[in-house]
Ligand binder design. Structure first.
Ligand code: MOS
Length: 705
């Protein structure tokens, strides 16, 4: 009898391939007779193209084509809204007209025999613009905040919500705070840049393309090109990190496909690091206000949470900015308000806990501010306001292990030894601060399909379109299949990342394990049934497919979220203002943990991302033209090894019978949520300085004057 593989800390089944170079990423799928394409991005932030001189580029040896809006084929751009596309607005129609909507928008494409030739020629394309001054700062008086249009998204999370009378509560309360928070635009900066290799065989298009959603990329490219979806195949077995930037299909994929058709040869198009800051989405800048009121003994009486996020002029990107506020705490009077500010920028997109990361930052900093105003321990304040049910939806939680997370995290961190007063902890010259914050993220679940083949040699092959951008999907799904089939891990092979495999939802929103895992489990159980009918014997191949989706009834009856508590220590040098994070302890209630090793690894990654969000990451725009000025890894700072201290993850035991048959809640996003406010709260505890703008930097720590 095999040990149940679920719950075992199996190493990554794809680990060897990754460390030996055997894993092939999009740009590794070089094709015979391949050519190279380089995008020319607009060097103005708003306006019209009035003249293009591409003679020098065309005359360069090795150049095969220069595409601009003047000679680009008119594309069908049939109606297509993927699960991850904004429901209101229309995607950028790349190089279909003379308008420049944001800095870096593709305005020309050079195709050449080598990457060097293509890059050289791209620099020779001369473009003259009639420029206007773009609006690219939500604080610009010309920026207007509007109510998002109704649609599939934003759904209930973005709609304004109110219960009770929060303004009266705020006015009447003995203690209240009212604060504004500013979270910057950020970019995903995964190691692997967005890349596509496009090849046509007659009317059949193959795209080896970095994608978190290969079936959507297939459907979208078919709609854009006006060809049947059956004629498009998208392949992406490995992803070098993505964090949301490869959920949508950005214009470079279209350009690669069109260029390959124009030159009649395969085209490889890899974005430069700088270009990934222009056209592959970003976390939108957000401005938020949180006002809280409480009784003198720390019972919340009122919460007002208002937020405005940037979007482009051509699409309304919305996210869950204020979504957690109605249910994170018990409070009779709550109002949330969410607005978007259309500006002359590219459309933002999902990034690492989209919405929750920034919304929880504001709310959890505000709770800390209230604790200080009440002269209460911030953890005690949170415990006092623990809700029995989701008071926003008036539904029980499927499970909510927040109190257990407080207990486990606080004990592992040693929170009881915290000295209460800000500025009261020292380590030699260093100011020490201990801060904490809550984390939460919804349990999403999308309908998914899977196929299993049982082979006569006793092994099984599983297929689902899916993706694995690093969380360990290859491994955890293999564990689920091995368990359902009663086979050892090494007898199961899971293949993913092809649009001709059974379709699955986007590899995002922390829903892959719940969604794909459920479908794979069903397919495995189905093939076992077949095997039983055959009396356990078969020749050749036994195959079964299955579809599994969310339990609609359970979703009506329960509020489903993962919860966690994050504890952070900071050490600040008072003379030079450097902020270090020696320790982070996170405790999570995330349902069943299929692989504790990979789950902890994912939380480590989330914490690193959270430290980046707290202390380093910000995409700065030149106000004159909206150009990202730090669009490279020298100046867009992300944590490196030396920035990371001790990171510790705990999972509280949580059995959730309602979320899905596997009992998993998803883990990708929650590991980042809560880290930045815990850092900010620790900085306050260390110094008494309340920094409400991210990232928190040296200049915030040093008093000038
Ligand atoms: Mo995640 S931001 O849904 O890739």
């Amino acid at each position: 009898m095999n040990e149940n593989p679920i719950g075992q800390p199996h190493p990554r089944v794809d680990g060897r391939a990754k460390v030996t170079g055997g894993a092939r990423y999009a740009a590794d799928f070089n094709q015979p007779d391949q050519t190279y394409a380089v995008i020319v991005g607009a060097s103005t932030g708003l306006g019209r193209i009035v003249e293009i001189d591409d003679r020098a580029a065309r005359q360069l040896p090795g150049v095969l084509a220069v595409l601009t809006h003047l000679n680009m084929p008119k594309l069908a751009y049939g109606s297509h809204k993927g699960f991850i596309d904004p429901s209101y607005g229309e995607r950028l129609h790349v190089m279909q007209d003379d308008r420049v909507r944001f800095y870096g928008q593709p305005v020309a494409l050079v195709v050449a025999e080598t990457q060097d030739h293509a890059e050289h020629a791209a620099h020779l394309v001369q473009i003259r613009y009639r420029s206007e001054t773009p609006v690219c700062d939500p604080l610009d008086p010309r920026a207007e905040a509007i109510v998002p249009q109704e649609g599939r998204e934003p759904g209930p999370h973005a709609a304004d919500q109110v219960r009770g009378d929060p303004d009266a509560a705020l006015a009447a309360a003995p203690v209240s705070i009212d604060a504004a928070y500013d979270c910057p635009r950020q970019n995903h900066v995964p190691i692997e840049p967005n890349a596509t290799i496009a090849a046509w065989d007659g009317d059949q298009l193959t795209l080896w393309s970095k994608s978190q959603f290969v079936v959507n990329e297939q459907a979208e490219m078919a709609a854009i090109l006006g060809i049947p979806a059956a004629n498009v195949r998208v392949v992406c077995p490995f992803i070098g990190g993505a964090f949301g930037t490869s959920l949508r299909t950005w214009p470079h994929v279209t350009l690669a496909a069109v260029a390959a058709r124009e030159v009649g040869r395969p085209v490889k198009l890899v974005l430069s690091r700088r270009q990934t800051f222009h056209t592959t989405g970003h976390r939108p800048r957000t401005l938020q206000r949180v006002a809280l009121s409480a009784t003198a003994d720390g019972r919340l009486t009122g919460i007002v949470h208002e937020g405005t996020a940037e979007t482009s002029r051509y699409e309304q990107y919305v996210e869950a900015l204020t979504a957690v506020t109605p249910f994170l705490y018990s409070c009779p009077n709550v109002r949330t308000r969410y607005r978007i500010a259309p500006m002359d920028i590219g459309t933002p997109t999902y990034m690492r806990g989209p919405g929750e990361a920034t919304g929880v930052f504001a709310l959890e900093c505000a709770i800390d501010e209230l604790a200080h105003a009440l002269d209460m321990d911030p953890l005690a304040l949170r415990r006092r306001n623990e809700p029995e049910i989701d008071e926003g939806r008036q539904l029980p939680f499927s499970t909510r292990s927040m109190l257990a997370c407080y207990e486990r995290g606080a004990s592992a961190f040693g929170w009881a030894r915290r000295s209460h007063a800000p500025g009261s902890m020292r380590d030699g010259r260093l100011r020490i601060g201990w801060g904490m914050a809550c984390a939460t993220y919804p349990v999403f679940h999308g309908e998914a399909n899977a196929r299993v083949r049982l082979l006569a040699d006793g092994t099984a092959q599983i297929e689902a379109a899916a993706s694995d951008m690093g969380p360990g999907t290859y491994t955890s799904i293999t564990q689920i299949a091995a368990e359902a089939l009663g086979l050892p891990m090494q007898a199961v092979r899971f293949r993913l990342g092809q649009s001709d495999f059974p379709p699955t939802p986007p590899h995002g929103g922390s829903m892959t394990l719940a969604s794909v895992g459920s479908a794979v489990r069903e397919a495995c159980l189905a093939v076992r049934d077949q095997l039983a009918k055959h009396g356990g014997r078969f020749d050749g191949v036994l195959e079964a497919s299955a579809t599994a989706g969310p339990d609609g009834q359970a979703r009506q009856r329960f509020s489903m979220h993962a919860f966690g508590a994050v504890f952070v220590e900071v050490a600040i040098d008072p003379d030079v203002g450097t902020i270090r994070v020696p320790r982070v302890v996170g405790a999570y209630g995330a349902g069943r943990i299929v692989n504790p090793r990979l789950a902890a690894s994912q939380c480590t990654g989330g914490m690193v991302g959270g430290i980046g969000m707290a202390l380093m990451e910000r995409t700065a725009l030149d106000p004159r033209d909206g150009r990202p000025v730090n669009a490279h890894m020298g100046d867009y700072l992300v944590p490196v090894n030396l920035d990371i201290g001790h990171l510790e993850t705990h999972f509280v035991n949580e059995v959730d019978p309602h979320v899905n048959a596997l009992g998993v809640k998803g883990l990708g996003e929650i590991a980042l949520v809560g880290v930045a406010p815990a850092v900010a709260n620790a900085v306050f505890h260390a110094t008494g300085k309340r920094i409400r703008e991210l990232p928190i930097r040296i200049e915030h720590m040093i008093d000038h004057g």
